[in-house]
Design a protein around this ligand. Structure first.
Ligand SMILES: Nc1ncnc2c1ncn2[C@@H]1O[C@H](COP(=O)(O)OP(=O)(O)OP(=O)(O)O)[C@@H](O)[C@H]1O
Length: 239
């Protein structure tokens, strides 16, 4: 008998409309199991960033249901979710606001009442591991785009989250930084949900693709074989 791993995120007929009336996500359903490595693949504007916000519980769907670890995100489980979910936003400037990189790394642990000395030790260890230790005392706004990206990824990894969400992790970074980010993601064993429109990183980091088209509908949900269906990729607008 095949033993299926537990569902960690589920979306049931989820739609989302921005206050100005733009429909960003249309009737999206999926079950994501523990340890799956998923890429949300689709062209600009198909709703990937909005889906990352919805599936990570940061935004509530207008219709439909999102469950994370079996429960709908709400005020009572916010701390639990924060402890177990890491999110890397598309634009690090939306997220980095502390006076130094070290303080940035310490922010979430401090919100979760992790002892200061323990958090500093954790931050220094992670910074060394990801090669950003030379940046610890710098203000985040003085970093390059690629450095900001790496800092946001390390922030999200600080507490070794059970689910890691990343929105366009390799956009606007040089080849070396891209390789480093891919290597970091390849080493993770826990659930990974990545939004991207960059086809070349998909086989390196994912084992399942959810392909979304320009009309915001799911065009395919399955294995990496989707990458070989050029007609499908073209009709979805990714090639
Ligand atoms: N704050 C907002 N207010 C109104 N509409 C928005 C807002 N943010 C996004 N949208 C719209 O929602 C739709 C989905 O946007 P979203 O950013 O989720 O797409 P995406 O697939 O991540 O795009 P990209 O690949 O360009 O990052 C688009 O039509 C976009 O114009």
């Amino acid at each position: 008998m095949v033993h299926l791993r537990e569902v960690v995120v589920s979306a049931e007929n989820v739609s989302y409309e921005y206050p100005d009336g733009t429909l960003a996500v249309k009737d999206f359903s999926a079950e994501i199991r523990d340890g799956e490595r998923i890429v949300l693949l689709g062209p600009n504007g198909c709703g990937k960033s909005t889906l990352i916000m919805l599936l990570s519980g940061l935004v509530k769907p207008k219709t439909g249901k999102i469950r994370i670890f079996g429960v709908e995100p709400n005020r009572n489980n916010a701390e639990f979710l924060r402890r177990n979910i890491g999110v890397v936003f598309q634009n690090p400037d939306d997220f980095l606001f502390n006076p130094t990189v070290l303080e940035e790394l310490l922010y979430t642990p401090s919100q979760l009442n992790i002892p200061y000395d323990e958090a500093v030790e954790l931050a220094r260890t992670h910074a060394r591991k990801f090669g950003i230790d030379y940046l610890l005392e710098k203000p985040p706004f003085r970093l390059s785009g690629g450095e900001k990206k790496k800092v946001s990824i390390v922030c999200a990894l600080m507490l070794d989250p059970k689910i890691l969400f990343l929105d366009e992790p390799t956009a606007n970074v040089d080849g070396k930084t891209r390789r480093k980010i891919v290597e970091i993601l390849q080493k993770r064993n826990s659930t990974l949900i990545v939004a991207t429109h960059e086809l070349d990183i998909v086989p390196k980091i994912a084992d399942r693709i959810i392909l979304i088209g320009m009309d915001k509908k799911v065009k395919a949900d399955g294995s990496l074989e989707i990458l070989e269906d050029h007609g499908l990729l073209e009709s979805a607008g990714v090639i």
